[in-house]
Design a protein around this ligand. Sequence first.
Ligand SMILES: Cc1ncc(COP(=O)(O)O)c(C=O)c1O
Length: 435
Amino acid sequence: MDAYLWPLTTVIDDSGRLMIGGCDVVKLAHRYGTPLYLFDEATIRNACRNWRTALAAHYQGETAVHYASKALLNMALARLIADEGLGLDVVSGGELYVALRAGFPPQRIHMHGNAKTRTELEQALAAGIGQIIVDNLDELELLANLTAHRSSLQAVALRVAPDIATDTHAHIQTGHATSKFGLPLDALDAAAERLRIAPGLRLVGLHAHLGSQLFDVNPYTAEIDVLLDSAMLLRERHGLMIQEINAGGGMGIPYTADQHPLDFHTCAARLGEALTDGCRRRGFPLLRLVIEPGRSIIARAGVALYTIVATKVLPHTRFLHIDGGMGDNIRPALYGARYTAVLAERANAPVEEIVEIAGRYCESGDMLIRAIPLPRARVGDVLAVPVAGAYTLSMASTYNLTPRPAVVMVNDRSARLVQRRETYEDMVARDGGAS
Ligand SMILES: Cc1ncc(COP(=O)(O)O)c(C=O)c1O
């Protein structure tokens, strides 16, 4: 078992059983049912602290870490992130609603999105959130109008498309010039002109996000240069001075043993250097440095548990049919994401066969893991899939009208249910004919 793929508190006990947060994983699967998503509180807190301390250690100016809540959000997690002193990025009225319901301080919330609706912008303004990150000129126009007669100023940042290529799956690249996200660089003048006559808005920063699952730091330093050049343009042509550079998220996380983590210290150091040098060269004071990791905070903390419900034998392989799949984790079907797994009751037993882990949903593409070596698995065994915390539940669906899984947080030998399993009743609750 590759330790760096599992939550920090993971151990295999003397009888070969997987233990996380001091809890017996198989017992949790039996108590709460499967599929079950298990989160290790210590791993989440550790990741938050790592990013905060690394950034502060490597940059003399002010720093802030915002958790990108699209990776996963529920009320318990929002509270934990607030408690760790991070800010929160939301991309929808729904994420904002959950954050506010959990008591997340509005001033530490940033709102993203390439298609924010009027209602969502009004919701953000009413809540008094810290920053709205404007994605396009239409949004800027709408926001300028919505804030024209307000007594307080709304802080905004401009998201630009920096035209930087990254080595990641096309579905999760966002920094290229033809991306749907962000203002093209040549639209900055128009944005600055509009901001000049927007009495309710105060420009505080520039933002870019290159993509997700990035293991190379060089694109980030190139990005900082582009953002600082844009800041120069705003200062020199429009007299606008910003205070903040937001480099986005995307820091890569290993999912399988052939990948290795992007070292957060190296990443923070290179970002810090690039911003320090870049500010100095352009005659700027040290601007505030913000990053927005999502996956690198939550992915490793999460383990998905499934029960093997049936098998199918073919001449050269076996299918293990599990009780979850693309409904709770769309990533393999969506962009070929790869995972590993162990049998939770025999976590270090020797490999005996290569099998295919098939999801339960009615799509041939619903294959959770292809060609995985495992000990001989039996119906009823619990399969544990690590690095399952990010972009799984947050993208979950009720396809085939299958209820979404329960979520349990483990810490210090105790487990608490932070989100109950969806019920059939939940599924008809919205139907007009339900009563
Ligand atoms: C604007 C923005 N910030 C941050 C993130 C988080 O990226 P990751 O979870 O890969 O760190 C994303 C992900 O899509 C994003 O679009």
